[in-house]
Design a binder for this molecule. Sequence first.
Ligand SMILES: [Zn+2]
Length: 71
Amino acid sequence: MAVPKKKTSVSRKGLRRAGQHHKLYRKDPVGCPNCGESVLPHCVCPACGHYKGKEIIKSKAKNENQENVQA
Ligand SMILES: [Zn+2]
């Protein structure tokens, strides 16, 4: 069985976990093809509820957004 040669310091452990956090919340904002809102990849658009060209969530936010676009 492989054994770690050195103890993992608190600092190094923290850095590793922060890395996971940063990876998780890394922002590569992609413009929503429906409304142009910046959306995290693999996420439903919070503004209009669209994902992959389909409306996933029917919400009031969509209507409000459309009103904003018209105004
Ligand atoms: Zn959208």
